[in-house]
Design a protein around this ligand. Structure first.
Ligand code: RM4
Ligand code: MN
Ligand code: MN
Length: 393
């Protein structure tokens, strides 16, 4: 029993998840934003909320930042961000360029047919690389909105070549140890072709860019029936898996709470990670959340997300992989599947509660959040600042 809890505690101690600054801000759908009184407006408020989530869960030491939403002054803002990180005990995480909201990017950014606009987009990407270095962030997470809406209106092949060139250039500016994570998405905002539509394209571009470029898997960026854990297994095998943006979805890029629709999917992805951990080269994979909570309270939803991740991470660790390998070798399908499923159905909540007690964390983080009065306090401090206009976040 002692050994079992040591094992589980080790698994939970090793879990680190980055939370997104935009998950605390007012975000919406293409139909508009519903404002929340506790939504964060300034970067300081986002750091404060992230610190609250880390205090309650013990698992979220870093916050992902989007350049124009969080660091609009660029390098001139860097010192202030470092000071906030120290003040709140939360480190800046991945730096996300914004190549999707300015008017010049209407027809693309790094893939725009106009060389001048491509150069502006590259400048922004290079600024993001510099900012990451200044902030002590390792990863630059690149998501591009580029694509086209109608057949025949753009040269798909020319755009591939422009992208290869730009990413190569950006890679040349990476400091040792920094990484460029390339995110793919099959559609939205473009609805005919997207320039980085799937993991194969992202992997090709990462190879073209250089050895510090890897693929970022956003779980919401796949067609509905796609086998995401198989993609993950391939990326692990080829040593091209750089990180995840976790969220859940029912239809498209819904950005719903992790595990809220299909927790078994998350379990299956985590199984691939755990099963690769003991074999082959060590994994270096960033776990990040990419969600926006339009209807749920933002801090509550983030705590709920992390608790779900902890539960599923631990469940997936419980798969007896030696036993599973033997059953796989014998092609004992039912026994193998039952072994797999029974780990998923194990109630790990008592183990999690014991781990929290051992780590001086609240036994029930959501309840502790509600009892702390934090959300009500910040709601009263922040009311009146909210606006429904402007950009997405
Ligand atoms: C995209 C993608 C990116 C995120 C933007 C705002 O759908 O998931 O990761 O930065 O949204
Ligand atoms: Mn994403
Ligand atoms: Mn997305």
């Amino acid at each position: 029993m002692e050994q079992t809890s040591d094992f589980a505690f080790g698994i939970l101690d090793r879990l680190e998840i980055e939370i997104p600054s935009w998950g605390f801000a007012n975000t919406g759908t293409r139909f508009g934003k519903f404002l929340q009184p506790a939504a964060a407006f300034t970067i300081e408020e986002k750091f404060a909320d992230a610190a609250q989530v880390h205090k309650l869960t013990g698992t979220t030491p870093t916050i992902a930042l989007h350049v124009l939403w969080d660091i609009p002054g660029g390098l001139a803002d860097a010192e202030a961000v470092v000071a906030l990180a120290e003040q709140y005990g939360i480190r800046p995480g991945s730096i996300n360029p914004n190549l999707f909201q300015d008017q010049q990017y209407k027809f693309g950014s790094l893939c725009h047919p106009d060389a001048g606009i491509r150069a502006q987009a590259l400048d922004h990407l290079l600024l993001s690389v510099k900012l990451a270095a200044k902030l002590g962030s390792r990863d630059i997470s690149l998501w591009l909105p580029d694509g086209s809406n109608y057949p025949g209106t753009q040269s798909i092949r020319h755009r591939i070549a422009w992208l290869e060139g730009a990413l190569k250039e950006a890679h040349a500016h990476l400091a040792p140890g920094q990484r460029l994570l390339i995110e793919y998405k099959p559609f939205e905002p473009a609805f005919y072709h997207t320039d980085i539509a799937d993991w194969g394209m992202a992997m090709h571009l990462a190879h073209a860019a250089g050895p510090q470029a890897k693929v970022l898997v956003d779980t919401g960026h796949h067609y509905a029936a796609q086998n995401i854990e198989q993609i993950v297994a391939w990326l692990i095998h080829t040593q091209m898996l750089g990180g995840f943006h976790f969220n859940d979805r029912r239809y498209a890029d819904d950005d719903l709470t992790l595990g809220s629709i299909d927790p078994y999917q998350v379990f299956r992805i985590f199984h691939e990670i755990h099963s690769a951990a003991g074999e082959g080269p060590p994994l270096d994979v960033a776990f990040m959340i990419d969600q926006s909570h339009n209807l749920k309270g933002k801090i509550e939803a983030m705590v709920q997300t992390i608790v779900s991740a902890q539960e599923l991470w631990l469940k997936a660790a419980l798969v007896d992989r030696a036993q599973l390998a033997a059953l796989q070798a014998q092609c004992d399908l039912v026994a193998a599947e039952e072994l797999f499923r029974s780990a998923f159905w194990t109630d790990v909540r008592p183990t999690l509660a014991a781990w929290r007690a051992a780590r001086n964390l609240p036994a029930d983080p959501l309840r502790a959040l509600s009892e702390s009065g934090y959300v009500a306090t910040v709601a009263s401090q922040r009311s009146g600042k909210q606006t429904s206009g402007g950009s997405y976040a």
